[in-house]
Design a protein around this ligand. Structure first.
Ligand code: PLP
Length: 465
């Protein structure tokens, strides 16, 4: 396919832009009126934390919503506002907040000691379950998605002796040097689609490291093949999300992942599926199972550990050997921490069961169908996408297949207004236009209906219908 971007944002012609701006102004005022204590907390927090947040992904204009507590599918902010949580901790809390099974598993472990930096039985149980789910034989643990993808890069480079890493343009894999490249590059910096420029995502990364990472467009196996032919013998790995989930949701085209597998194997390039988002959310065996294509390395984090900070990396026996023989050093004081492992084992064996995935899929379909009906009734220029626990409304009238589509077709202003409507109607959503909802096993039909009521209010006010 060929996509020629022209402008940064193509506003949907059906939208009355004045009305959109007015509604946005009104909703912004309402947001500020509803969250004054968050505003005060922000003033306190920013004296000690840049932007008043522990991670820049949590920042928000005019201030972040500071959360007090959560249970099941609900969260409460410091102003006492109750929300149904569709943010779910950036796609982590599929088990629901304060899930009693996870809490029990963690409490039991707290009483037996919280950290040893020596292996415990839970870590073996988790590795066995991940092997069963994802089909890769060997696993190690980390503390985050960033660490998982960093280790994946080290293992691939160590095993091949090659330095170049290939990634998909417009994808985020955590904040280490090798992957902070071409994450959300601006239109004018993209370069030729067949040979994109390696654009650092912010400052702090040496140019020499950035240049070792090259990007290719998603959903285009021929472009990948051309690049690998050109870089023959230089590329250690292709790291990719099998379904892109940081530019809303962009699923793989039919047959694309199988082609990627064929091409990478032919070029002896390791294929890394970054399943930090998809791993425990879209099927028991993540995207690997859902799309039926086996990579050489899988990186996990987020929902895998049921709300505790942990990650994992799965690999073939051949790649595990480079860790086992000391060629590559995979380290971490907190790797396999017993609290995290106890939570992960309970998550994977007791809460996110096969039945739970069926329930999440049904709930997601119901929510998408409800949104689709509203979109159609009001003639909104958008569509829904989703799978498993993940879904979203994409504010583009044309389907997205890759980052350049996202950059040129998504209407940020509509997305921002929808976010404000959700928040002001008690629907907790991720800040930013690129995210999606994540459902948990605690979401009921009534919770989904509240989402739909908020979306209906947005649609009718905007379209005047
Ligand atoms: C696909 C993907 N990989 C890696 C990461 C990094 O994970 P973490 O934030 O746990 O470091 C993220 C975070 O959003 C992600 O979406």
């Amino acid at each position: 396919m060929s996509v020629e971007p022209t402008v940064a944002t193509t506003p949907a012609p059906e939208i009355d832009r004045r009305r959109l701006a007015e509604l946005t102004g009104r909703q912004r005022e309402l947001f500020a009126e509803r969250t004054p204590r968050s505003g005060e907390t922000y003033e306190r927090a920013r004296k000690v934390m840049p932007k008043g947040v522990p991670s820049s992904f949590q920042e928000n204009d005019p201030w972040p919503v500071y959360v007090d507590r959560g249970t099941g599918a609900q969260v409460w902010d410091v102003d006492g506002n109750e929300y149904i949580d569709f943010h779910n901790g950036f796609g982590v809390m599929c088990v629901g907040h304060a899930n009693p099974r996870i809490a029990d598993a963690v409490k039991r472990q707290v009483e037996r000691g919280t950290h040893f930096a020596a292996p415990t039985a839970h870590s073996i149980g988790v590795a066995e379950e991940l092997r069963r789910r994802f089909g890769l034989p060997q696993w190690r643990f980390t503390n985050s998605g960033t660490e998982s993808t960093m280790d994946a890069v080290h293992v691939a480079r160590g095993a091949t002796g090659r330095d170049t890493i290939l990634k998909i343009e417009g994808s985020y894999h955590g904040h280490h040097d090798a992957v902070m490249v071409s994450v959300y590059p601006p239109l004018e910096a993209l370069g030729d689609r067949d040979d994109p420029i390696s654009v650092p995502y912010g400052a702090g990364y040496p140019r020499a490291i950035t240049d070792l990472t090259r990007s290719v467009p998603f959903n285009d196996a021929q472009a990948l093949e051309r690049v690998l032919d050109r870089l023959a013998g230089q590329v250690a790995a292709l790291i990719m999300e099998p379904a892109m989930m940081n530019i809303n949701i962009v699923p793989p085209r039919e047959g694309y992942l199988a082609e990627v597998r064929r091409i990478t194997s032919e070029h002896e390039v390791h294929l890394v599926f970054d399943e930090v988002k998809t791993g425990a959310t879209i099927s028991p065996g993540g995207a690997t199972q859902r799309f039926g294509v086996q990579p050489d390395i899988i990186t996990l984090a987020k929902a895998t550990c049921g709300g505790l900070p942990g990650g994992a990396i799965g690999m073939t026996e051949e790649l595990a050997a480079v860790i086992a023989d000391g060629t590559v050093h995979q380290y971490g004081t907190f790797n396999g921490n017993p609290l995290v492992m106890a939570a992960a084992e309970a998550t994977l064996t007791e809460v996110l069961t096969a039945d739970a995935y069926a329930q999440l899929e049904r709930a997601n379909e119901r929510l998408r169908a409800g949104c689709d009906a509203i979109i159609e009734r009001h003639g909104l220029p958008c569509y829904t996408e989703g799978m498993g626990a993940k879904g979203c409304v994409i504010f583009s009238s044309e389907q997205l297949f890759e980052y350049r589509d996202y950059l040129t077709k998504v209407d940020d202003d509509l997305s921002t207004l929808a976010w404000l409507y959700h928040m002001n109607h008690g629907i907790f959503m991720t800040p930013g236009v690129e995210e999606e909802w994540t459902l948990s096993v605690a979401h009921t039909d009534e919770h989904l209906d509240r989402y739909l009521a908020a979306f209906e209010a947005f649609a009718s006010d905007l379209m005047g219908s």
